[in-house]
Write a protein that binds this ligand. Structure first.
Ligand SMILES: [Ca+2]
Length: 168
């Protein structure tokens, strides 16, 4: 093998291993899909039920683009009772809990794991003139924070909340 052939061979091997590494990096990136808490989602709440087997969300619409998400919410008969945000000061992705039943009644969501938001929220809003208890554990256990209107930081519940309910 001539010196030139050796260099060419090394060059090809180096090139192909870099290509393989590049592909691996790309694959790694595409497989780590955006988590729910970085998206903008609307969850239509099911009425409060004694039977905890009933899925608390009737339907869900999630968007990567916030403006597209806002358009969804501009429709008539979307009454948002509460919103949780990924970051403090209403930053990052959000999840809006809505109903077509108006601002009345008593609503809740017992398990943020079901919507990909467990221990993820950094701020929250109680909307529709409602009061909301944000809770540390699923099904309203642990510490809780009562919210009316805008809550820019969650204190001890920062990245700890797992459920919410409208208190009696
Ligand atoms: Ca928790």
């Amino acid at each position: 093998m001539s010196q030139l052939q050796k260099f060419t061979l090394i060059g090809v091997m180096l090139g192909s291993s870099m290509l393989a590494f590049g592909l691996l990096a790309l694959t790694g990136k595409s497989s780590s899909a955006t988590s729910k808490s970085d998206q903008y989602c609307w969850g239509q709440m099911a009425p409060r039920a004694e039977d905890s087997d009933i899925d608390p969300i009737l339907s869900e619409a999630c968007f990567e683009d916030e403006q597209e998400a806002q358009q969804f919410g501009a429709a008539d008969a979307v009454y948002t009772h509460s919103t949780i945000y990924r970051d403090a000061n209403f930053g990052g992705g959000w999840y809006k809990f809505w109903t077509d039943q108006g601002c009345g009644g008593l609503w809740e969501h017992g398990d943020f794991n079901l919507i990909g938001w467990n221990d993820s929220a950094g701020s929250a809003v109680a909307e529709c003139g409602r009061t909301v208890d944000l809770c540390e554990h699923t099904y309203f256990g642990g510490a809780s924070l009562r919210i009316t209107g805008f809550q820019a930081t969650l204190g001890v519940l920062n990245d700890q909340s797992s459920s919410w309910k409208e208190p009696y």
